[in-house]
Ligand binder design. Structure first.
Ligand code: PHE
Length: 470
């Protein structure tokens, strides 16, 4: 692989301002992980114990790793593997550490492929609500006269249609490719700067509305009651995986975004904002979805279907239900797009810098690969439902292609990437270089350093071993 060389620094793209970086990074973090994966994982892993352990993971592991990743990127000023290599070189240590970036880029590519499948479901629901508006007008509730079972059945009937699944998946991927091909400031940044504020406005409106309806107190009790007996190794690994997935960690995405950050951005403070915003959105999404789940008598452990099945039922009872449903899925679409853009950007930046391809061609190459894997994921809900690629590993037994990619990335790639990042930043990278980048002083700096050197690698290794062996 050809090194990009120090000349890449000069030609390397940049965010146009600090707030553009914050919005793009929050845009990467906030996505289907918060609205769709978090409630599904919380429900499948028993609620409170999972949620509280997840918050613990975000603060003590996610946040320190996030800062480590963006600072590697900003110092390296290149794609993820090359950025790690540069930090290693400037610290007089082995450039073999660039494996962190290479593994991450590969994992981002895998996630992108199945993320766009779920993005396709979002497009489908936008269409469903749009046609409902046309049929019933905007003032009545959604799906007038249809019974809840029917509405719940929309998702399984989509799953049964392989052709439609593939079409929607490729449509979402194509949109993602369009913005990445346009580049950092006129494509990626544009999506974040316009769509993230819109997302927050819509999200707030829908949550306030939702908190007046549904079974709010039962949802609060379910999500925040800690029952230590439910905290098994598997639940802990799922919670760490969710924290990483939600914060976009362990997969080179934040290294890549950090590389576009300017010198005057305080990375410590910015990381705090990103983690805070991301966690708030996940918790609020839980508080918006579970009241409805309980009020409608649905199962909390419905998994991936939760967001797509419970919310449309609740929109039926609301005045302006079809309009609210439409607005909700448009909002999820915005959040998902700003995340998928970051998933595509990490491998694209790598192909662009390492092989020297123009951005446009690099986007096409990576996009084509993601399309092939995406088709397999789309078909794992129908034609290939019985295909279990890693059946011989107990953790992934009887797990279809889509769920295998999700599980392998969140439960293996992300924690392993994070462990290596912490060891590298905490023990091998030059301390002065790190101090110069991280923007923290005094107690905060000491705490962060102790977390990165000791707490994160040890806790993560224990959870990983415990989760895999239990
Ligand atoms: N954090 C994104 C979400 O929650 C997903 C993502 C993972 C994006 C990894 C980039 C890298 O939807």
């Amino acid at each position: 692989m050809a090194a990009a060389g120090s000349g890449a620094k000069a030609g390397h793209e940049n965010w146009s301002s600090r707030s553009a970086f914050v919005l793009a990074a929050v845009g990467s973090a906030v996505g289907l992980g918060n609205m769709w994966r978090f409630p599904a994982e919380a429900g499948e892993n028993g609620g409170g114990a999972f949620v509280l352990f997840y918050i613990f993971c975000v603060m003590l592991i996610g946040l320190p790793v996030l800062l480590s990743e963006v600072l590697i990127g900003r110092h390296g000023q290149s794609s993820a593997p090359e950025s790690v290599r540069r930090v290693a070189r400037d610290s007089n240590t082995s450039t073999g550490w660039s494996i962190i970036g290479s593994l991450g880029v590969f994992a981002a590519f895998l996630i992108l492929s199945f993320y766009c499948v779920v993005g396709g479901w979002v497009l489908y629901y936008i269409g469903v609500f749009a046609s409902d508006i046309v049929q019933t007008g905007i003032t009545s509730g959604a799906f007038a006269g249809r019974d809840p079972g029917d509405i719940e059945g929309l998702l399984p009937s989509l799953f049964g249609d392989g052709g439609l699944m593939v079409g929607l998946n490729l449509g979402f991927l194509a949109l993602t490719m369009f913005f990445v091909a346009r580049g950092v400031s006129s494509g990626i940044e544009w999506v974040a700067v316009y769509l993230m504020p819109l997302f927050f406005a819509l999200f707030l409106a829908i949550t306030i509305y939702g908190s007046f309806t549904g079974n709010f107190s039962e949802a609060v009790a379910y999500l925040f009651t800690f029952d230590a007996s439910k905290l098994t190794g598997e639940v802990m690994l799922a919670a760490v995986g969710q924290a990483f997935f939600s914060l976009s960690l362990g997969v080179a995405g934040m290294i890549t975004y950090g590389s576009y950050a300017n010198r005057d951005t305080n990375l410590g403070h910015t990381s705090g904002i990103i983690a805070g915003a991301d966690t708030a959105v996940a918790l609020i999404a839980g508080l918006a979805i579970f009241p409805i789940v309980f009020a409608a008598g649905l199962s909390a452990s419905a998994g991936p279907g939760l967001m797509f099945q419970s919310l449309p039922i609740s929109f039926q009872a609301m005045p302006f239900g079809s309009l609210i449903g439409f607005a909700f899925f448009v909002m999820v679409f915005f959040a998902a797009l700003t995340s998928s853009v970051s998933l595509l950007e990490a491998p694209t930046a790598f192909v662009k810098d390492a092989i020297g391809m123009p951005r446009m061609v690099a986007t096409l190459v990576v996009g084509l690969g993601a399309a092939i894997l995406g088709v397999l994921s789309s078909l794992s809900f129908n034609e290939m439902a019985e295909f279990y690629p890693l059946n011989f590993i107990p953790l992934f037994a009887e797990t279809n292609f889509f769920d295998t990619l999700d599980g392998v990335t969140a439960k293996l790639f992300m924690p392993i990437g994070a462990i290596l990042t912490c060891i590298f930043v905490g023990w091998f990278a030059d301390a002065r270089l790190i101090d110069d980048e991280n923007g923290l002083d005094g107690v905060l700096h000491q705490t962060w350093r102790a977390l990165v050197r000791f707490v994160c690698p040890v806790v993560l290794t224990v959870i990983l071993a415990y989760g895999l062996l239990s």
